[in-house]
Design a protein around this ligand. Structure first.
Ligand code: AMP
Length: 481
């Protein structure tokens, strides 16, 4: 099937063929005609499926069909994304696919100066791609008018809710023309009850579109678990990168602090590495990503939220240095590899503390991930599982509902998964690894984890920084807004 059967205009088909795309992906095949027909859409598709073009192409066509603007140009389409990187990426797609059309677009997110954004909005923009926090900053300063929006897209809606943006989303919705007077498109990799509730409120008799999810069609991605002691993970990772001659590897840690520390340690091992996370300035994040893409940086160490929306084609290796607290994040992480038909490899270094997280992931995937012990890195069977720290103010004490469940559940590592799905934003942010917490082992294991004292004081500094950061996260000026 080719693109020209989907009802797209010649200008858009030209832009598509200039990208070298010969065939629409399944999500594009299904979504484009429905969106062109003006219907609301609820689509289950994650990054890597071609979903961005799936909504951008018909959106551009609909706007260009009835552009006839004279004088003032109101914003007519709004794409909300959870992270800056995703906003930038969607913005770039809008530019690319819309290059032969007379439509203007802008991308606005926090962490950069607001004045150039105000200036751009003032000159007139048809399509706005934004993160919720900075968009609300503009709305409160009356530098953006959302009352003429014809098409609203919520991209990676599950992630927006995970990051606690539901209140911001509600505020944004209140600024739009009333429902029924606009087309709504919701894209999400997963469908929790929260997403369904949001969809019920937002969408009018939507067309449901679901493309095969990576966690059920992961044949392009080789998944493997290497059991290893926590204290030996770094050494093993360096060994793997060096001995297997990996040139480009994306490594996930649970925390910002852990990402920094690992990147520094890898550099000491002689591997060019950079960390990308929410405490980095936008400039540093963009630079790290560019150096990684160009091959100057061999290892990019990222937290889940920072990695969201990264579009790196043909990424051959993804390593879960630490398993995510939220099983769905595993699926997002491994979706960074094996993109657009390329093969990829997703390797998880799993210590005894993480066995419960691993079984949660396997339950979600509905399959076991093969395990392989690497010679020389056999786990020490005498090491007992320790709970994974979750962040927040109380060290070592589970919070909120966790507390209740922790009394009931054994082994202790089971507590580590309870932050998910309980609607507590603070805990979800912690679960997403962006509260500056760390899975630091307790003191009695100091003997096995040299450098612990230093890590501990760094950890405390990082923790207090994260406490200051939280209001900003909600207010939209944070790194992940
Ligand atoms: P997305 O899921 O939107 O993040 O897109 C993932 C990657 O697939 C991006 O690098 C796109 O450029 C690429 N892509 C999108 N549509 C197609 C297509 N029809 N054929 C080949 N690659 C595509």
């Amino acid at each position: 099937m080719s693109f020209d059967t989907l009802g797209l205009s010649a200008d858009l088909l030209r832009a598509v063929s200039e990208q070298g795309y010969t065939e629409p992906t399944p999500i594009q095949r299904q979504a484009i005609p429905v969106i062109l027909s003006g219907k609301d859409v609820m689509a289950g598709a994650q990054t890597g499926t071609g979903k961005t073009a799936g909504f951008t192409l018909p959106l551009l066509q609909r706007l260009s069909e009835n552009s006839g603007q004279n004088g003032r140009r109101p914003v007519r389409a709004l794409v909300l994304t959870p992270t800056r990187e995703l906003a930038a990426q969607v913005g770039a797609s809008v530019e690319t696919y819309g290059r032969h059309l007379a439509l203007r677009s802008a991308v606005i997110f926090g962490g950069v100066k607001i004045n150039p954004q105000i200036e751009k909005l003032r000159r007139g923009v048809d399509i706005l791609v934004a993160t919720p926090g900075r968009l609300l900053d503009h709305a409160s300063q009356k530098t953006v008018d959302l009352s003429q929006i014809e098409i609203l897209v919520l991209d990676e809606a599950d992630r927006m809710l995970d990051m606690g943006f539901i209140h911001d989303i509600r505020k944004v919705l209140a600024l739009l023309p009333k429902n029924g007077a606009r087309q709504n498109l919701l894209f999400s990799a997963t469908f929790s009850n929260e997403i369904k509730q949001l969809a019920d409120r937002l969408l009018n008799t939507p067309e449901l579109i679901e493309v095969a999810r990576r966690n059920t069609t992961a044949e392009l991605i080789d998944q493997l678990v290497h059991p290893v002691d926590k204290s030996r993970k770094r050494e093993m990772l360096s060994h793997m990168i060096g001995s297997r001659n990996w040139r480009q590897v994306l490594v996930f840690t649970r925390t910002k602090h852990g990402a920094n520390r690992l990147a520094q340690q890898l550099e000491k091992d002689g591997l060019r590495a950079a960390a990308i996370h929410g405490n980095k300035s936008q400039g540093a994040r963009t630079r790290a990503l560019a150096e990684f893409k160009s091959g100057d940086v061999r290892v990019l160490v990222a937290t889940d939220i920072a990695a969201r929306g990264l579009d790196i084609d043909q990424l051959p290796h993804v390593v879960n240095y630490e398993l995510p607290n939220v099983p769905e994040d595993y699926v997002h992480r491994i979706g960074r590899t094996g993109r657009a038909g390329n093969e990829g490899e997703a390797i998880s270094l799993v210590c005894v503390d993480e066995l419960k997280l691993l079984s949660d992931i396997e339950r979600l995937l509905k399959r076991k991930i093969p395990k392989e012990v690497i010679e020389g890195y056999e786990p020490d069977p005498s090491i007992r599982a320790e709970p994974i720290q979750r962040g927040g103010k109380s060290q070592g004490r589970p919070q909120g509902r966790q507390k209740t469940q922790s009394r009931k559940s054994k082994p202790s590592s089971a507590r580590s998964t309870t932050a998910r799905g309980n609607g507590n934003t603070k805990q979800k942010r912690a679960a997403a690894g962006e509260t500056g917490s760390d899975s630091k082992p307790p003191r009695k294991r100091v003997r096995r984890h040299t450098g612990e004292a230093q890590a501990s004081s760094q950890h405390r500094r990082s923790r207090s920084a994260s406490v200051r950061e939280k209001p900003a996260l909600l207010g939209g000026n944070s790194s992940e807004d």
